[in-house]
Design a binder for this molecule. Structure first.
Ligand SMILES: Nc1ncnc2c1ncn2[C@@H]1O[C@H](COP(=O)(O)OP(=O)(O)OP(=O)(O)O)[C@@H](O)[C@H]1O
Ligand SMILES: [Mg+2]
Length: 316
């Protein structure tokens, strides 16, 4: 009989974590395929890191189950730890060790067999583009290089599943792009990547995404699916001088679902089957607000998440 865990690297069923009465992870069920880049998004405190810590065998679930690389995280956390790489939100290389010393140190921690160590070190140095700077103190490296070295160190033991908790936070956009090239390389080699991020451009790079909100998973799909599911709504971009006045004027307009500030303008979510533009123009004219631009646009990932989270808040 084939089960989900044969073809899936991560499987959770009704996974729940409570701290006292507080529910940090609420009944999360998901499956991540081998080689998939799975993005975990959500506002601060949504339960992303807590879920990852459970999946890494570092915290036990209060309810529900999870398997990683076929091992149950509650029953067999030690086997789980051998099967995963983990870069925590505050990942720590030793700043006062050289690049090479960090690699040697983590090779020891992860129990890389003696005969594999030289090959794995070479690999980590190439991955981080630090072969020429192997004797440099890690603390002196630019952020982007440190992140790549931390990634190299997290996979010295060739784990099939990799957990990256905000691996690129605080890194400049070019270094982030380079880091994602590495993530793609690993995925192509069949490594499963479970990654959290706050950056919307990075969300677009994931094969599939889950959106977490107050511990619960409120959406799951490919970036294209999530955009399509803007759910019968269309999006208009509106440029005006008076943002607050405009929001006020449009609040009760029929057919307008939501008005949100985006950059210097507004994004208006309208029922997809009617062209709301004439009504919007009329209402703003009545309010004495000049319309500089009003046109349909493609939803961005940020529109999707703002929409989903607002819908969730309205339910409460
Ligand atoms: N050991 C703990 N004891 C009590 N509460 C905790 C504990 N660990 C986490 N929490 C709470 O659980 C909630 C979820 O935290 P978590 O770190 O998983 O969020 P997150 O989605 O990773 O947020 P961020 O984007 O800020 O990293 C938070 O409200 C946090 O304060
Ligand atoms: Mg976190």
């Amino acid at each position: 009989m084939s089960t989900a865990s044969d073809s899936h690297s991560v499987v959770t069923r009704n996974l729940t974590k409570r701290f006292g009465k507080f529910v940090a992870v609420d009944n999360v069920s998901l499956e991540v395929r081998r080689g998939e880049i799975f993005g975990f998004l959500g506002p601060n405190g949504a339960g992303k890191s807590t879920t990852i810590r459970i999946l890494c065998g570092l915290l036990t679930p209060t309810e529900g189950t999870a398997t990683v690389a076929g091992h149950d995280v509650a029953r067999d956390p030690e086997r789980v730890k051998l099967s995963i790489g983990y870069m925590s939100q505050k990942f720590s290389l030793y700043d006062d060790l050289t690049v090479e010393e960090n690699i040697d140190f983590f090779s020891g921690i992860y129990g890389v067999p003696e005969e594999r160590r030289e090959a794995r070190k070479t690999y980590a140095l190439e991955l981080s583009a630090l072969a020429e700077r192997r004797a440099t103190l890690t603390g002196l490296l630019p952020g982007g290089y440190k992140q790549r070295l931390a990634l190299g160190c997290a996979i010295l033991h060739e784990p099939p599943v990799l957990f990256l908790d905000e691996p690129t936070s605080g890194v400049d956009p070019i270094a982030r792009r380079d880091f994602w090239d590495l993530i793609y390389q690993l995925s192509e080699r069949g490594i499963t990547i479970f990654v959290t991020t706050h950056y919307m451009d990075e969300a677009e790079y994931c094969h599939r995404l889950a959106l977490m909100y107050r511990g619960a998973m409120i959406a799951l799909g490919t970036p294209a699916e999530l955009k399509r599911d803007l759910g019968g709504f269309a999006l208009l971009q509106l440029e005006v001088d008076d943002l607050a006045g405009t929001i006020n004027a449009l609040e009760r307009e029929v057919g307008i679902e939501d008005v949100a500030v985006f950059g210097s303008g507004l994004h208006i979510r309208v029922k997809g089957d009617l062209d709301a533009r004439p009504a919007i123009r009329r209402r703003l004219r009545e309010a004495g607000i000049e319309v500089r631009l009003l046109e349909p646009i493609e939803a961005s990932m940020e529109d999707v998440f703002v929409g989903l989270i607002e819908a969730e808040e309205r339910k409460r």
